[in-house]
Design a protein around this ligand. Structure first.
Ligand code: PEP
Ligand code: MN
Length: 343
């Protein structure tokens, strides 16, 4: 971190400020006295340094980070890829391309079991399904809640597929004890109390990028989970809000190679929420694989026109099968192999 002090500061002020910075942040401060200004360089771990409060000091002209504010998620300190391996072939990262597929919402036993069997046969390694749904309208279907989680467990029993489902409140954590991967939705990416609680649990967390959040903010949210003790985080690019109205969101495909470069955590892409349109899901999914994604999360419904949520972006099982076979074909070109369930 580099701090430029205002012209005219005295040596005494510089020394006092340097001592204070060293004491408060366990860093070493070096001062360079130039002709017109004094520049301080902070050496050591500056991840916890409060850049805003430094910038607000009377004698400070400007302050700039030269090191990323996230440490545990940073590839610089952990060069090898993190792999989320749930056993029996279900893995995401380290050359394994994991496909998470299933309906937006769990609706009933018949629906979730049928879709689970279909996506498994087609090549999915994980089953998704929302039980607690974050809906824009309080009058829209809110999910089957605890009953939805029960139905997911039932579908797992029938197929062996690990289950991925969204949590919205730390108060619900007790209900998620049996869930294989806990999803944090876009709307909760910066629910810091939730992230801290998830940091204390021993399950992988699928962390979705917020609707209007930067790549660095996504990494800082991952850092929250990791700083609380849980290093099994999967990052998810699911499209961001832009001025474009033709698609539900705009898939930030550059986020994939960027996140892979900045972090060792696996990166999954959600082409369903990124586009909002079922026929766009395949081209976006293929682009994500080409961009280096470690996995995909895709909405599949047995009867999209009658889905209780997100029908317009849901693939039929037949469309998903075609997509999965295309992915299986192209994945080796990008150094990946489809993660396939063994049981
Ligand atoms: C979902 O996965 O169904 C969902 C609500 O996604 P997002 O949080 O990305 O909008
Ligand atoms: Mn959805």
């Amino acid at each position: 971190m580099i701090i430029v002090l205002k012209p005219g500061v005295t040596q005494k002020q510089v020394e006092e400020f340097s001592r204070q910075l060293e004491k408060q942040n366990s860093v070493k401060v070096n001062a360079w006295y130039g002709e017109h200004s004094v520049v301080l360089g902070l050496l050591g771990d500056t991840a916890a340094v409060d850049i805003e409060s430094i910038g607000a000091q009377d004698i400070v002209q400007s302050v700039k980070r030269v090191q990323e504010p996230y440490k545990k998620a940073n590839r610089k300190f952990h060069p090898d890829d993190t792999v989320i391996d749930l056993g029996n072939g279900s893995a995401i990262g380290g050359g394994k391309l994991g496909i998470i597929a299933g309906p937006c919402s769990v609706e009933c036993e018949e629906q979730i079991v049928q879709v689970a069997q279909d996506v498994k046969t087609a090549g999915a390694g994980f089953l998704r399904g929302g039980a607690f749904k974050p809906r824009t309208s309080p009058y829209a279907f809110q999910g089957l809640r605890a009953e939805g989680l029960e139905l997911l467990r039932h579908a797992r029993k029938q197929t062996g597929l690990p289950i991925v489902t969204e949590i919205m409140s730390p108060a619900h954590l007790v209900l998620f004890e049996d869930v294989d991967i806990i999803q944090v939705g876009a709307r909760n990416m910066q629910n810091f109390e939730l992230l801290k609680e998830l940091g204390k649990c021993d399950k992988p967390i699928l962390l979705k990028r917020g609707l209007a959040n930067t790549i660095e903010e996504l990494l800082m949210s991952a850092e929250y989970i990791m700083a609380s003790g849980n290093s099994r985080v999967i990052l998810c690019e699911r499209g961001i809000r832009t001025f474009e109205t033709m698609t539900r969101n705009t898939l930030d495909i550059a986020a994939v190679p960027l996140l892979k470069k900045l972090s060792h955590l696996p990166v999954v892409v959600d082409p369903s929420h990124a586009s909002g349109i079922s026929w766009l899901v395949e081209p976006l999914a293929l682009a994500a694989v080409a961009a280096g994604a470690d996995g995909l999360i895709i909405e599949v419904h047995n009867d999209p026109p009658h889905a209780l949520s997100d029908g317009a972006q849901s693939l039929t099982p037949a469309q998903f099968e075609q997509l999965a076979s295309r992915i299986r074909e192209i994945a080796p070109l990008f150094g990946k192999e489809l993660s396939v369930r063994q049981d």
